[in-house]
Design a protein around this ligand. Sequence first.
Ligand code: ADP
Length: 494
Amino acid sequence: MKILFATPECAPYVKTGGLGDVSAALPAKLAALGHDVRVLLPAYQGMQVSGEVGQSIDILPYAQWPAAELLPVKVESGVTLLLLACPALYQRPGGPYVDAHGRDHPDNALRFGMLSRVAALLGTVHSPVPGWTADVVHANDWPCGLAPLYLAQTRILAPHQRTAGSVVTIHNLAFQGVFPMDCAEQVGVSSLFRGVEGVEFWGQMSMLKAGLQFAQAITTVSPTYAREIQTLEHGVGFDGILRARASRLHGILNGIDTQLWSPATDPLLPYHFRAANLRGKASCKAALQGRMGLPGDRDALLLAMVSRLTPQKGVDLVLSALPRILASGAQLVVLGNGEPWLQDALTEAARSHPKQVAVKLGFDEGLAHLIEAGADAFLMPSRFEPCGLNQMYSQAYGTVPLVAPVGGLLDSVTDADADPAQGTGFIMRACDAAGLEEAFARLLQAWAKPARWRRIQAQGMARDFGWEASALQYLEVYRRAALETGAASGTSLP
Ligand code: ADP
């Protein structure tokens, strides 16, 4: 199958969160299963990509939009990246979504309208890549949300032309790509689609909504989150649409890239280990304590967090529970960046308790790996969590996760008290500070019994979080989407 995977971020070139990891691992797995996968990604400033570079391809300008071209690069995983080069939109300081000061780029509607439009074009007879038209366009998150809408517009204008089926994936429903309705004209949303049945969301335009309305299938990154987002509590205003389209909504749990995240081979680790022999893990713990400036105490329970610092991730709950954590004698390391008030509170905690708390602000891939390897337990008290990757990395690295009872955390962690024979971590009973303290008390009881702790570690390390099973589920969703638009059979719509 010819698959176009459109994404605003892809590890290791550009990553702000889990979507970056998924955009690297899922296409690679699909390619390994024999499919022809192209990953469409903006060419941001400073991005370094090595591989076999093809001929650049001009994209015919649309309306008043700036000129753009596609640069194909075949990378090691067997995937072809299609780098969307448009210097006026993507060559600038900052990240994919925000400038160097953390403010949204003012022209994000156009930046991601462009990404979506090119994604859609690649699924039509006007595909700019010679001889290649996608059977399915997989649009990830709001930045690609307009792609299914553009394909739907093409089908209206040219009903006899073959167009790709489209699939939209929600990696986090909280990010909805909302812009003033004036932007709809600029990004070429037909007036037919500007109403509530189209992109309109409380008087504005939501790019994510475009995807939810017009894709043949909607997926999200865990089965539990797929159910949660259909409720008022977790639907962030979209629960109605998602209930209406429930028959097309699928929860497919993310996997982890075992090439990058495996404690026996991880190139970013100073020492390696396997479940049968955890000496290397103890050495990683000592290295981590040293790097973070904490006392090198082998027996202290070392807790960790690697996270965007936002209320979503329950960082404030950890701060509320900190007195209890410190009273137990545990150490805590935190790596993250995000909201200033949380950064300040964590920095202050580290200043007040230098022997027990260490904080590194910033994004540091190497340190994230060392933390997963060196910590004893990992805290993820998220208020909501579409999938979450760190709890899976933790289990693979023999680091016992303590998680909130939500989303993908519930789908990937088994409570060690509720199910001693299979338990891999501790699940909070409620998403609040008391729930965190209660689960922490249970975790401490297990820590006090080394044989029990070893068993929980071993059960986590034995889990298979590889991508294969999930990739097969995506293929089934793609196949049905492509059949629906007539793309898969190669025939046109009547
Ligand atoms: P989300 O996508 O909501 O941020 P996930 O758990 O799905 O959360 O994925 C987060 C990914 O980003 C993980 O791979 C995690 O290790 C990584 N990450 C988050 N913050 C940092 C950081 N400050 N430094 C390095 N890696 C980070």
